[in-house]
Structure formats: structure tokens, C-alpha cells
Design a protein around this ligand. Structure first.
Ligand code: HEC
Ligand code: HEC
Ligand code: HEC
Ligand code: HEC
Ligand code: HEC
Ligand code: HEC
Ligand code: HEC
Ligand code: HEC
Length: 485
């Protein structure tokens, strides 16, 4: 993991001052980028290089970064470097930086000064909590069990969340079962670093300020990152710095960075759908920049991920930064249930999962109010009825599969000690986590190939078929052994 300092060591400061002097020589003419930054008629508010010390130095040293900022709405509105990078009193990641205090870890807390609504919505979403729900869950559960505050830097330094994730054996880390069985998991030389470069890149790290000021777990822009100031999430997972553009967040590629692959192939499903097809052929000519609430069917012919899940599409549904607000089902757990309550409605979103039928029905209504701007009620209701039937079929299949494994344990056909090292356990996992999710999610978002071939067929014919075959062989072997005795 990368650990980067903001060092206050005098020698380093000297070196940096020299480097900065070198940067300063290369400062470019300000006129050219500035004209690009200012929309016609906007006041020339953006700080001039000469007036803002951050800009003066960084325009020379990191021109790419400053250029992105110049193209942003922030530059046009006069929101300069210090507005986001000045550390709050409670943030241990702040350090002296050429005469000012600066933090490189700009958490959502810093955006809240000007965007309180977006930050509050994001904070109650599963996006913000997903490092704790995912890769940091072993740490989180341990901290809670010991009565420690899981958000605190102190607890993280004591328990080492990263190491706990790498050594945990559970279906959360599906490779861990076989790794344990082979002895590799405990081998000192085996770092199990795919947890860092896999899970943590999407879900987020715990950013820990070390006693020497170095940052563990940074850089990282996972969507549920735990920040040194105790806040959750990273706005730059969807609005990359330093443009922080709304256009980028509305395009499906942004979501597809995480929402892809064998266990949650939403971007592939979208590409297969008619909606995705229309986006691929005509999307370039659409208006992506209209303000929230004004962006709708008059700007785009087909919806993107954001249009259905987040945007104030056509002004007919309130914009949100909590994608849970428009869902009926939880499609990712082993058995689908109506949406769980969010982080505002339960004390602990990680440990308390409470389905709420009423809220889920409201979510369905909100989602339909997006569809109904382009489709008739009969089209929309008909589609959702069929989707719900698929979820029902999957749930019945899951009950069967889960019973099969529990019976196998009871009959001694598989051993419970290591949850994920024997083929019946592996098929059971794949049915829930891979093919069964594809089956449900393909149906939710109009991807017929994902619903049928990659979904139902992989679940029933391949994974369940092979699981039954494996158990049958084990049963016959067991009988043979009994007969020999
Ligand atoms: C005299 C030149 C100079 C000035 C003035 C300056 N910086 Fe920097 N900044 C640097 C250099 C050089 C680096 C890279 C070395 C480092 O990480 O300290 C850097 C790095 C950074 C980083 C990344 C830190 C990290 O740990 O990677 C941030 C954030 C930053 N500057 C923000 C600011 C802000 C905000 C201001 C104004 C308050 C500012 N800088 C003023 C030269 C400068
Ligand atoms: C709207 C808020 C905002 C503004 C304005 C802003 N930054 Fe940042 N900056 C961020 C965020 C968010 C990150 C991502 C860091 C993180 O939290 O992981 C970041 C990261 C950085 C980094 C470290 C990342 C890297 O790629 O090296 C530097 C250096 C930096 N900013 C410098 C600047 C400078 C210089 C300016 C002014 C031109 C500026 N920032 C303006 C929010 C902002
Ligand atoms: C000091 C106040 C301030 C801070 C801090 C701030 N913003 Fe902004 N933000 C603004 C203003 C002002 C606008 C422009 C509104 C406009 O042009 O209508 C804006 C616009 C935006 C937009 C819309 C851009 C677009 O393309 O329409 C996004 C996204 C955004 N901010 C994200 C962030 C994020 C993320 C952070 C924290 C990393 C942040 N802002 C911090 C003031 C701020
Ligand atoms: C490519 C990005 C990516 C990687 C890598 C990744 N995940 Fe995820 N994970 C996701 C997405 C996206 C979802 C949401 C799935 C959905 O709701 O359809 C998710 C869902 C989950 C969930 C279910 C959350 C819930 O509310 O039930 C858990 C637990 C989880 N991931 C843990 C992990 C762990 C642990 C790792 C590493 C072993 C990992 N993930 C690797 C993107 C990723
Ligand atoms: C999951 C992706 C995602 C994340 C993470 C995210 N945003 Fe957004 N954001 C969007 C989308 C999509 C829109 C456009 C909404 C619309 O079309 O109505 C948007 C719009 C905005 C706007 C413009 C709203 C307006 O009225 O024009 C602001 C400001 C903003 N986001 C701030 C933030 C802040 C602050 C954070 C971190 C707390 C954040 N966003 C995190 C996806 C995201
Ligand atoms: C940096 C990775 C990342 C990006 C980018 C991202 N997501 Fe997610 N998303 C996740 C993870 C991880 C989860 C699983 C959260 C959980 O349940 O723990 C998730 C969950 C979701 C959920 C299920 C929420 C719920 O309450 O069940 C939806 C819907 C969603 N994302 C939509 C989007 C959309 C739309 C975008 C783009 C605008 C997007 N995501 C961008 C990682 C990401
Ligand atoms: C046409 C609208 C539409 C588009 C476009 C769309 N979705 Fe969905 N999405 C849905 C619907 C409908 C559901 C199921 C809602 C329910 O449960 O009632 C869903 C479900 C999901 C879930 C499942 C959450 C869970 O329970 O695990 C995720 C994650 C998700 N979408 C992400 C995305 C991403 C990422 C994209 C773009 C690549 C996308 N969606 C595009 C409508 C859409
Ligand atoms: C911005 C407009 C728009 C929105 C919003 C929208 N759609 Fe569509 N949808 C279209 C267009 C355009 C087509 C293509 C129609 C055609 O084939 O002529 C389409 C096609 C479809 C199809 C046919 C799929 C196929 O493969 O033939 C279904 C089903 C569908 N939409 C359902 C939905 C549902 C459900 C929602 C809401 C969750 C939704 N749509 C939201 C515009 C939209």
C-alpha cells in the first residue's frame, strides 16, 4: 500500500522550496487556460496565479491538476484550492505546507460547507458505508464486539483493519477458504494483497494517519473510504478531481468502473439493453450539462444509470445521492428481500439489516416515475411484474440450494469447519454470489442474455447440476465405505 507523507522536516521543506522555485520558472501564461475556464459572461472571479500562492506554485508544478480545476464550475465560482484543502480542527491529516495548513484527504465533510444536502444523502447511503459493509467488516465487527469506536484513528491503529481483512476466512473473501486449506493464507511471505488492489479500490480503505505523519490507505478513492476526520465516503469516486463535473457522473462508464464483472455486471447488462444501445449510438450529441431537475427526457433519448438511480430526472423525481431510495429489492444477498432501512433509520447499517416493505414500495414508485416520462403505464407495470416473478423464482431456487448444503453438513457429506474449500460449498457460493445475482440483475435492467444464459442457466444447469452430482458421488462413496466396514 502507498504511504505518502506531508512532511514538515526542514530538509524536505528546503528541497521542496527548491523544487517549487523550479516549478515557478515554468509558470505558463495565465490568459489561455483562463478564457477556457470562464463561461461567457461569468465574472472573472477565478483567482489569478499571482494572487493565490497555491495556484502560483501548483500551476508550475502540477499543471494538469490546475488545468482541470480551471475547467470546473468551482473555478468559475471562485472556489479556490484552500476552500477544500484547509484542514478542519478535528482532522489529523492536516500538516504545514509552505506557510499554510493543508490536507490532501478532502473528505465529504469539506464539501458539506457548500453542498450539505448531497453530503447528507450520501452519508446515509450504502455507498458511504460500503468499506465497513465489505472489506473492513471483520475489523468493524471486532471493534464493536470490544466496545471500541470503529471510526476512530486510535482503534484502527490498534486493530489494523487491513491485516484483519487479509487473514479473514469467510465468504466475504471467497479465495480465503482454498488459501487456508493449502496453507498459503498463513505463510508469512503470502501478502494476500488482492484484497487491497481489489476490494479496497471499489469499496474503500481506512485512511490512517501514522505517528510519523504518513498516510496508510491513501491514495484511494473507494466509494466507502473511511476518512481521518471520521467521515465516510469519497465524492471523487463519481466526480473526479479537479473538474468535479456533473456530466461525468451522469455517464454510465463512471458507475461501470465498479459495477461490472461476474458478480454485479450492471454495465454489461446496460450495454446489452436497448437503453444502452441508444446511448452508445446517440449519446455523444446529448446535452449532459443541464442543472439537476432540468436534465430529463428533453435532453436524453434513453436513460443512463444516473437517470434511473440518482438524477432529478425531468424534475419528476427528487435528485438523490442515496441510490437505495429508488429500489424495491435487495438483489445482492443470498435471498432477496425488500430494501433494508438506511443508515438514518437504523443505528448501525453494518450490523442491522431490516427490510422495510413500505419504504421499498415507495422506492418502486420513484423508479417508475422515471420510466413513465418515456413509457406508458401498461408497459412499465408489465415489465416490473415480470421482473418480480424472476426474483420469486430465484428465491425458491435458493431455498432448495441452501437446504441441500445444510443437509449435506448434517449427513457428513461436507465439513463445516472451513466454509469455502469443498466443491458443494463453492457451488453454493457461486449460485448466490455470481450466477444468481446475474439472473436477478439481468431481469431488473433489461438484459435478456444475462437473465437467461449467464443467469438462470449458469445457476440451474451448471452450478446446481454440478452441486447435485458432487453430492451424489459423495453419498455413494459414503455408502461404499459403510458397506466395507
Ligand atoms: C512553494 C510551492 C507550493 C505552494 C505555495 C503550495 N504547494 Fe502544494 N505542493 C507543492 C509541492 C512541491 C508538492 C509535492 C510535495 C509534497 O507532497 O509536499 C505539493 C503537494 C501538495 C498536495 C499533496 C500533498 C500530498 O501529501 O501528496 C496538496 C493537497 C497541496 N500541495 C495543496 C496545496 C494548497 C491547498 C496550497 C495553498 C494553501 C499549496 N499546496 C501551496 C508546492 C507548493
Ligand atoms: C472542490 C474541492 C477541491 C478544490 C477546489 C481543490 N481540490 Fe485538490 N483535491 C480535492 C479532492 C477531493 C482530492 C482527492 C483527495 C482525496 O480525498 O483522496 C484532491 C486532491 C489534491 C491533490 C493530491 C492528489 C494528486 O493527484 O496529487 C493535490 C496536490 C491537490 N488536490 C491540489 C489542489 C490545488 C493546487 C488546487 C487548486 C488549484 C485544488 N487542489 C483545488 C478537492 C479539491
Ligand atoms: C466553498 C464552497 C464549495 C465547496 C467547499 C465545494 N463546492 Fe462544489 N460547488 C460550489 C459552487 C459555488 C458550485 C457551482 C454552482 C453553479 O455553478 O451553479 C459548485 C458546483 C459543484 C458541482 C456541479 C458541477 C457541474 O458540473 O455542474 C459538483 C459536482 C460539486 N460542486 C462537487 C463538489 C465536491 C465533491 C466538493 C468537495 C470535494 C465540493 N463541491 C466542494 C461550491 C463549493
Ligand atoms: C470492481 C469493484 C469491486 C471489487 C473489486 C469488490 N467489490 Fe464488493 N461490491 C461491488 C459492487 C458494485 C457491489 C454492489 C453489488 C450490487 O448491489 O449489485 C458490491 C457488493 C459487495 C457486498 C454486498 C454488500 C451488501 O450490502 O450486501 C459485499 C459484502 C462486498 N461487495 C464485499 C467485497 C469484498 C470483501 C471484496 C474483495 C474480496 C469485494 N467486495 C470486491 C464492487 C466491488
Ligand atoms: C455514485 C456517484 C456519485 C457520488 C459518489 C457523488 N455524486 Fe454528486 N452527483 C452524481 C450524479 C449522477 C449527479 C447528477 C444529479 C442529477 O442529474 O440530478 C450529481 C450531482 C452533484 C451536484 C450538483 C447538484 C445540482 O444541483 O446541480 C453536486 C453539488 C454534487 N453532486 C456533490 C457531491 C458531493 C459533495 C459528493 C460526496 C458527498 C458527491 N456528489 C458524490 C453522482 C455522484
Ligand atoms: C468506486 C466504486 C463505485 C462507483 C463509482 C459506483 N458504485 Fe454503486 N456501489 C458500489 C458498491 C461497493 C456498492 C455496494 C454497497 C453495499 O451494499 O455495501 C454499490 C451499490 C450501489 C447500488 C445499490 C444500493 C442499495 O442501497 O442497495 C446502486 C443502485 C448503485 N450502487 C448505483 C450506482 C450508480 C448509478 C453509480 C454511478 C452514478 C455508482 N453506483 C457508482 C460501488 C460503486
Ligand atoms: C432503465 C432504468 C435503469 C438503468 C438505465 C439502470 N438501472 Fe440499475 N436498476 C434498475 C431497476 C428497475 C432495478 C431494480 C429495482 C428494484 O429492486 O425494484 C435496478 C437495480 C440495480 C442494482 C441492484 C441493487 C441491489 O439490490 O443489489 C444496482 C447495483 C444497479 N441497478 C446499478 C446500475 C448501474 C451501475 C447502471 C448502469 C450501468 C444501472 N443500474 C442502469 C433500473 C435501471
Ligand atoms: C429517457 C426515456 C426513457 C426512460 C426514462 C426509460 N426508457 Fe425504456 N426505452 C426508451 C427507449 C427510447 C426505448 C427503445 C424503444 C424502441 O425500441 O423503439 C426503450 C426500451 C425499453 C424496453 C424494451 C427493451 C428491449 O430490449 O426491447 C423496456 C422493457 C424498457 N424500455 C423499460 C423501461 C423501464 C422499466 C424504465 C424505468 C425503470 C425505462 N424503460 C426508462 C426510453 C426510456
Amino acid at each position: 500500500m502507498n504511504r505518502r507523507p506531508i512532511s514538515a522536516l526542514p530538509v524536505l521543506v528546503l528541497l521542496l522550496a527548491v523544487a517549487a522555485a523550479g516549478w515557478a520558472k515554468g509558470v505558463r501564461e495565465p490568459q489561455q487556460p483562463e478564457t477556457q475556464a470562464q463561461p461567457a459572461g461569468a465574472p472573472r472571479k477565478a483567482a489569478l496565479d499571482s494572487e493565490d500562492p497555491c495556484l502560483a506554485c501548483h500551476a508550475a508544478g502540477t499543471p494538469g491538476l490546475v488545468e482541470s480545476w480551471r475547467l470546473s464550475r468551482h473555478a468559475a465560482a471562485g472556489v479556490g484550492c484552500a476552500a477544500c484543502h484547509t484542514p478542519s480542527a478535528s482532522d489529523p491529516s492536516g500538516a504545514e505546507h509552505f506557510g499554510a495548513k493543508v490536507t490532501p484527504v478532502v473528505s465529504p465533510q469539506y464539501c458539506a460547507a457548500c453542498h450539505p444536502g448531497e453530503v447528507a444523502q450520501n452519508r446515509r447511503s450504502k455507498h458511504a458505508w460500503t468499506a465497513f459493509i465489505g472489506n473492513l467488516r471483520p475489523y468493524y465487527a471486532e471493534a464493536r464486539a470490544r466496545g471500541l469506536d470503529p471510526f476512530s484513528q486510535e482503534t484502527a491503529r490498534r486493530l489494523d483493519p487491513d491485516e484483519m481483512a487479509r487473514r479473514n476466512v469467510s465468504s466475504m473473501f471467497p479465495d480465503s477458504g482454498v488459501l487456508k486449506a493449502t496453507g498459503l493464507l498463513e505463510r508469512p511471505g503470502f501478502s494476500h494483497n488482492n484484497v487491497n488492489l481489489g476490494c479496497a479500490q471499489c469499496h474503500g480503505t481506512f485512511v490512517v494517519v501514522q505517528p510519523d505523519g504518513k498516510l496508510a490507505g491513501w491514495p484511494n478513492t473507494g466509494i466507502g473510504r473511511v476518512n481521518p476526520d471520521g467521515s465516510l465516503g469519497s465524492c471523487s469516486s463519481c466526480h473526479t478531481r479537479h473538474k468535479f463535473s456533473v456530466e461525468e457522473a451522469r455517464k454510465p462508464e463512471t458507475c461501470g468502473q465498479c459495477h461490472l464483472g461476474p458478480d454485479h455486471p450492471q454495465i454489461e447488462i446496460y450495454e446489452e439493453s436497448k437503453h444502452g444501445n441508444i446511448y452508445a449510438s446517440n449519446g455523444e450529441s446529448w446535452n449532459w450539462d443541464a442543472p439537476s431537475g432540468k436534465w430529463g427526457p428533453e435532453q436524453v433519448e434513453a436513460p443512463t444509470c444516473a437517470a434511473c438511480h440518482l438524477s432529478g430526472f425531468g424534475g419528476q423525481v427528487a435528485a438523490t445521492h442515496d441510490p437505495g431510495e429508488r429500489l424495491y429489492w435487495e438483489l445482492q444477498p443470498p435471498k432477496s428481500v425488500p430494501q433494508w432501512k438506511n443508515a438514518e433509520q437504523v443505528k448501525d447499517l453494518v450490523l442491522e439489516r431490516v427490510p422495510d416493505e413500505t419504504q421499498a414500495a415507495e422506492g418502486r414508485k420513484r423508479m417508475k416515475s422515471v420510466c413513465l416520462q418515456c413509457h406508458s403505464p401498461r408497459w412499465v407495470d408489465g415489465y416490473f411484474d415480470e421482473f418480480d416473478q424472476v426474483v420469486g423464482d430465484y428465491n425458491l431456487a435458493w431455498d432448495y440450494v441452501d437446504r441441500l448444503l445444510q443437509e449435506a453438513y448434517a449427513q457428513g457429506l461436507a465439513a463445516k469447519d472451513n466454509p469455502l474449500d469443498e466443491p458443494p460449498e463453492i457451488y453454493h457460493y457461486l449460485i448466490w454470489h455470481h450466477s444468481g445475482r446475474r439472473w436477478r440483475m439481468g431481469a431488473a435492467m433489461m438484459g435478456p442474455d444475462w437473465t437467461h444464459w449467464n443467469g438462470a442457466v449458469d445457476t440451474l444447469m451448471i452450478n446446481l447440476g454440478l452441486m447435485r452430482g458432487e453430492l451424489e458421488s459423495r453419498r455413494q462413496l459414503q455408502e461404499l465405505r459403510k458397506a466395507r466396514r
